[in-house]
Design a protein around this ligand. Structure first.
Ligand code: PSV
Ligand code: MN
Ligand code: MN
Length: 426
């Protein structure tokens, strides 16, 4: 199924007048305060977030999985789903594939489909956390860090193959997330595991094309519950430095222990020119799959504040690969992704409203109260009409969830795909 601009325009009619009133109000207020409203809208319009192929079906836990009808069951359908999201939101212009879950059969056909939906291929993700059918070696005790050379070689070869697949699609980055670690004290030699990982990553790095990035993700725990080899940003940063200029750290919001100051991590990495990618989600405890902005929207805004600062002041840091990385159990995955996209844009728009010059002055004057006022002034602004305007200008929906429901997208997918479909993925 495809949503046409005409269908969206029809649905938009119902909220157009309300949008105009609220947009005029906020645009006038912000202009009076000296903001460049047009510039903000342009930035929102250009901010595209990749959707991972594994977020389009209902996720599961180890206790069970409740499938959602009409889920995509092949790569074409996953692209179609992202196309639907992009048509409605105009902010999901890329898809991130996980190999071997999403190996294309016909590359030309897949590329044509993607371009007809206005989608690019974002980073490709390797998978060395599951054993594949007929694989010679098992990843039960790790992959790139494994004490067995045979296992490491198999994992390296897989990553090189993922790069090859990504090249054919036009991707420009390989994301490596490792499940490697140990579950019991004494199980693994920390130093050997880290050295093996570094050497394996260096082998993979030799195959990274000059216009690509190697993105190294970290995570403190899960699936291993005692130690993880790449447990934090420092370890990832160290490995990226050991690999070279095309290797970067990737920050995934959910991959931190509770209360970690993620905005400070972002800021440090950007100062050093080593932040390469960002995975959005939210978490209450130690999870990494909740809808972006559903638990800690203020923390998300503070992170965006540092990202915006870095994008404006750190030319040494490359453009970032943005992706939503969440896949959970009970909502319609497409509605959930729309909510996440909205939360990301909202946090970004608010961060763009921070008066950086006044903040710098207040910081230098040690006017702590004023510093907080400046930050919160931006956070408390209702920026939703700006998001609506950005979507409207590109032919998107004023109210994406309402439009999704009005157009009965899920029912249509159910009719086309059937009830008992299941997406591959986490
Ligand atoms: C596992 O935690 C994970 O969510 C990582 O964040 C990766 O980015 C993703 O799976 C895909 O491998
Ligand atoms: Mn991730
Ligand atoms: Mn994760």
């Amino acid at each position: 199924m495809k949503i046409t601009e005409n269908q969206i325009a029809q649905v938009n009619k119902t909220s157009l007048s309300f949008h105009k009133t609220s947009y005029d109000y906020i645009a006038n207020t912000l202009s009076e305060k000296g903001h460049d409203v047009k510039g903000i809208i342009d930035k929102l319009t250009n901010f595209q977030v990749a959707i991972p192929s594994w977020a389009l079906g209902a996720g599961g836990t180890r206790f069970g999985r409740f499938s959602f009808y009409g889920e995509p069951s092949n790569l074409e359908q996953k692209l179609e789903d992202v196309g639907l999201l992009h048509a409605l939101t105009q902010t999901a212009g890329a898809i991130s594939l996980h190999i071997p879950w999403d190996v294309p059969e016909d590359y030309n056909a897949i590329k044509e489909l993607a371009s007809s939906l206005d989608l690019k291929f974002d980073a490709v993700n390797s998978n060395t956390f599951q054993d594949q059918k007929n694989a010679k070696e098992s990843y039960k005790y790790g992959s790139l860090s494994n004490s067995s050379q045979g296992v490491r070689e198999q994992a390296i070869a897989h990553n090189i193959n993922v790069i090859k697949i990504g090249k054919k699609l036009g991707s420009k980055a390989l994301t490596v997330w490792l499940a490697d670690g140990s579950t019991f004290p004494g199980q693994s030699n920390f130093q050997s595991a880290l050295s093996n990982t570094e050497n394996s990553l260096k082998e993979i790095y030799k195959n990274i094309p000059d216009d690509w990035k190697l993105l190294i993700e970290y995570k403190p725990y899960e699936p291993n519950f005692y130690s993880t080899v790449i447990q934090d940003w420092g370890t990832s940063f160290m490995l990226a430095n050991a690999c070279g200029d095309k290797a970067f750290t990737l920050v995934d919001l959910g991959h931190h222990l509770p209360n970690t100051n993620i905005e400070q991590i972002v800021s440090t990495l950007m100062l050093k020119g080593k932040l390469g990618g960002f995975h959005f989600n939210d978490s209450k405890y130690g999870d990494d799959d909740l809808t972006v902005g559903s638990i800690k929207p203020y923390a998300l805004f503070l992170i965006f504040n540092e990202l915006v600062y870095g994008m404006e002041n750190n030319p040494q840091n490359p453009d970032l690969a943005w992706m939503i990385d969440a896949s959970h159990n009970i909502k319609d995955p497409l509605e959930d992704l729309i909510q996440s996209l909205e939360a990301i844009q909202e946090a970004y728009a608010k961060a763009l409203l921070v008066d950086q010059n006044s903040l710098r002055t207040a910081q230098q004057e040690h006017d702590v109260v004023r510093c907080q006022e400046i930050i919160q002034e931006a956070y408390r602004t209702d920026v939703r009409p700006l998001l609506e305007k950005a979507r409207l200008e590109r032919g998107g929906a004023l109210q994406p969830i309402a439009a999704y429901r009005a157009l009965k997208v899920r029912n249509q997918l159910l009719k086309e795909r059937g009830k008992h479909t299941q997406a591959t993925g986490l």
